[in-house]
Design a protein around this ligand. Structure first.
Ligand code: NIG
Ligand code: FE
Length: 413
């Protein structure tokens, strides 16, 4: 396939660039009036139109007036869930906090109850349209967590659904075991017994069946303590699961410290991030991943993205797609929230949603930039004035064509 007359071909990072931090986040390498050649499922060549070699035999796609950019990676979602929780959102509007709703048996435990009552087949059927929706918004790779099971049987059920989605859709999917998402009601008086169950029973089974790539813990006020998180991550690492954790959404939880200690691939949320957390992250390979949909939807203070980038950190963006704190899987919207609420520049928002997001889920060698040799996962936008228009004009679907593994899977322009 040959894409011609591309107004702006953006995200042309070299293969050696695995993530961008600090001032480099403002750099979005691009070519104007460009072509891009795809063979099979890979990008093989790109350049300026005036240098285009012969086009014989190619399927030619005209991208006059369009931006071509890398497909998004979404490195933090909970998109396998049963039912939805819009009734709780009414309670929130009436003044209850996220934690108060959780204490009343709402929140994660409500989703766990529904998931328990839902068959594996039905859970797959409910999750598949969410995958189709995010593909059409231009997401080419997604991380999906368990964590609405909270029993061995139901956590395995969730992870098997994730595996089936991986086998049956063109998306690149990474799975994360999040047994430590909340304490089931029956463990309320003995939370450490649930930590023992995770360590002694769940992790060996999950790792034994090869059902997860990563391990996660919701390390925050009212949820798992840093000490409990430490034990769980140590067990996960022993079983070959790299940490990727929830930290500092509700308070300075100590989550960043324990995440960095175990060389987490990412620490996510980070609404509460101070100088100490920034200094630790700067010395690490851990990607700070921000979820502006969650702070927007819950009405929380946003993470200090501007301060983090200016202090020298990289950041990635993700949707957190879940029924409780961010029922949205649209990475285009996250880029806009990145600009509107986190004060990120358009170049930073695009880099955070593509290359740095790929890094945050361990797929940066294959995805996240327009680079010969990488997978041909890309978005051809509808005609737009330029890439800066994409995060600016929020609420519109700018993805005209979406190409995944070299195949056009959406064609709406
Ligand atoms: O990332 N913070 C913890 N977990 C999810 C919310 C899960 C839920 O409310 O169902 C999150 O925001
Ligand atoms: Fe989350």
């Amino acid at each position: 396939m040959l894409i011609v007359n591309i107004a702006q071909l953006v995200g042309l990072h070299g293969a050696e660039v695995h993530k961008v931090a600090a001032a480099a986040m403002k750099e979005l390498p691009l070519l104007e009036n460009a072509y891009l050649r795809i063979e099979g499922e890979r990008i093989v060549d790109l350049g300026r139109m005036q240098d285009l070699p012969g086009t014989g035999g190619d399927e030619v796609v005209d991208a006059t007036g369009c931006v071509v950019m890398p497909a998004f990676c979404d490195p933090h979602t909970h998109l396998v869930y049963a039912g939805s929780r819009e009734k709780e959102y009414r309670d929130k509007v009436m003044g209850l906090s996220y934690e108060e709703i959780a204490r009343r048996g709402g929140g994660i435990l409500n989703s766990a109850r529904r998931l328990h009552e839902t068959s594996e087949e039905e859970l797959y059927e409910q999750s598949l349209p969410r995958i189709e929706e995010i593909l059409s918004f231009g997401t080419g790779a997604v991380e999906i967590k368990s964590g609405y099971g909270l029993s061995t049987e139901d956590e395995l059920k969730m992870l098997r659904v994730i595996r089936r989605l991986r086998e049956s859709t063109p998306l690149t999917i990474r799975a994360t075991f999040l047994g430590a998402h909340a304490f089931p009601a029956e463990y309320r008086n003995d939370p450490d017994a649930y930590v023992d169950l995770i360590i002694q029973e769940m992790i060996p089974l999950v790792a034994g069946e090869g059902l997860a790539d990563f391990i996660d813990v919701f390390c925050d006020r009212g949820f798992f303590t840093p000490e409990q998180t430490d034990r769980i991550l140590m067990a996960g690492v022993k079983h070959g699961l790299r940490p990727k954790i929830h930290a500092n959404e509700l308070d300075y939880s100590g989550g960043v410290q324990v995440g960095v200690k175990y060389d987490a691939l990412s620490v996510d949320h980070l609404e509460f991030t101070g100088d100490e957390e920034i200094a630790l992250l700067k010395e690490s390979d851990t990607m700070p991943t921000l979820l502006p949909g969650a702070s927007f939807f819950l009405g929380l203070d946003d993470p200090p993205a501007r301060k983090m980038i200016d202090a020298g950190l990289p950041v990635a963006l993700a949707t957190d797609f879940n029924p409780g704190s961010s029922p949205a899987g649209d990475m285009q919207l996250m880029m806009s929230l990145g600009m509107i609420r986190l004060r990120m520049l358009p170049e930073e928002a695009i880099n955070a949603a593509t290359l740095n997001a790929a890094y945050a889920m361990g797929v940066e060698e294959e995805m996240g930039s327009i680079t010969p040799g990488k997978k041909a996962n890309l978005i051809i936008t509808r005609p737009v004035p330029g890439y800066e228009y994409l995060p600016y004009a929020y609420g519109s679907d700018h993805a005209g064509k979406v190409i995944i593994n070299g195949k056009i899977i959406k064609d709406k322009c």
